[in-house]
Design a protein around this ligand. Structure first.
Ligand code: NDP
Length: 330
């Protein structure tokens, strides 16, 4: 049996109505895996908000413990790469969607999904970054691989006050970019400037249907918003520029034209964090340790407890969370 621990469980009735509750579980109730991890810190990402509220079909196995990322210590392992006492980080791989996730005292995972907790970070700091911040880093790496440098001109970050956005602003500013932060929350202008944003624009400038091509305003971008916002970002990208597409906070659609691609030679770079190969994850976490100012990470993160997760999940889908929330487990 082993020691019991608390877990958040989302369940579905025969009427397909979703409910959420806190339950006591024992290790023998966990799903298959070869590494047991004591969860020390986790976080609430946008996807976790969708899973807990049921707003989008993130959960594809019922019941489910949500929570797509965690940092913690290995309790036991039959995987050759890990032993008891190792500090690890987990992002994605369907955890919290089809495999029991992070919102529990203990997680049973596959060893191949795990990466070492970088020495630069405590478990809480790693979850201050979380999947949102790791996705921001993947986006920056994709821009660099496409040849983008600060010398080319400004970079835009949409959804700038959110998790992906705030970490992207901090990293890009640290790397010397002139960062244009697009936000619907003018009250967060000082927060964004503190992270290094050089200009703040109202997201309303980008969120309505626009023209196929507009004035060239930025060389590169990290877009966490999708829909008309991404279409307008593309239409206002300078010749030869590149935009990393990683989110859908406004919508899953992309009502754009081919004009920016065939007339300005710009590139749209797709970013997926969930199934990203291990080498890319290791590189992203190495870069986060090097390029994210720990003071800015502190400013981005707000701490909450296990009992606050469900409330934070509702708030994040309403766009009411600033930066990142870190859940420190009891
Ligand atoms: P957050 O909710 O923290 O941030 C999203 C931000 O988008 C909000 O803070 C808000 O910023 C802006 N926003 C919200 N609603 C709208 C709207 N209707 N129109 C325009 N802007 C809006 O979420 P995360 O940062 O955690 O995630 C952002 C997106 O990235 C999500 O869609 C998520 O699913 C996706 N994602 C994708 C990953 C991948 O692997 N590709 C991994 C991680 C996240 P503001 O108030 O500043 O305008």
């Amino acid at each position: 049996m082993g020691e019991s621990f608390k877990a958040i469980l989302v369940s579905r009735g025969e009427d397909k109505k979703q409910s959420v509750g806190v339950v006591d579980m024992t290790p023998d109730e966990l799903m298959d895996g070869d590494v047991d991890v004591a969860v020390e810190a986790t976080t609430v990402n946008y996807k976790d908000g969708l899973a807990i509220t049921g707003k989008s079909p993130v959960v594809r196995r019922w019941p489910m413990i949500p929570g797509i990322d965690l940092a913690g210590t290995v309790i036991s392992s039959t995987h050759e790469g890990w032993k008891a006492g190792d500090k690890v980080v987990l992002n994605g791989w369907g955890v919290g969607e089809v495999h029991y996730g992070a919102y529990a005292g203990r997680a049973r995972l596959k060893g191949e999904w795990l990466v070492p907790l970088p020495e630069a970070f405590t478990p809480s700091q790693a979850m201050g970054i979380g999947t949102a911040g790791y996705t921001a880093m993947l986006s920056v790496m994709a821009l660099e691989a496409a040849g983008m440098t600060p010398a080319r001109g400004p970079v835009i970050v949409t959804g700038a006050s959110g998790g992906v956005g705030s970490v992207a602003v901090a990293i890009l500013a640290e790397l010397g970019w002139h960062v244009v932060a697009s936000t619907g929350r003018p009250e967060e202008a000082e927060f964004l400037k503190g992270l290094g944003a050089a200009e703040i624009i109202d997201r309303a400038e980008l969120s309505e249907p626009g023209k196929p091509l507009g004035k060239e305003r930025w060389a590169a971008g990290v877009d966490a918003v999708g829909s008309h916002t991404l279409a307008n970002v593309l239409a206002q990208t300078t010749y030869g520029g590149a935009i990393a597409c990683c989110g859908l906070a406004q919508g899953l659609d992309l009502p754009a034209s081919v004009a920016p691609f065939i007339l300005r030679g710009i590139s749209l770079l797709g970013i997926d964090s969930v199934m990203a190969p291990k080498e890319k994850r290791l590189e992203a976490w190495r870069r986060l340790a090097a390029d994210l100012d720990p003071d800015k990470l502190g400013a981005i993160s707000t701490g909450i407890g296990f009992d606050d997760i469900v409330d934070a999940a509702a708030k994040i889908v309403e766009g009411k969370i600033r930066g990142r929330v870190v859940v420190t487990m009891g």
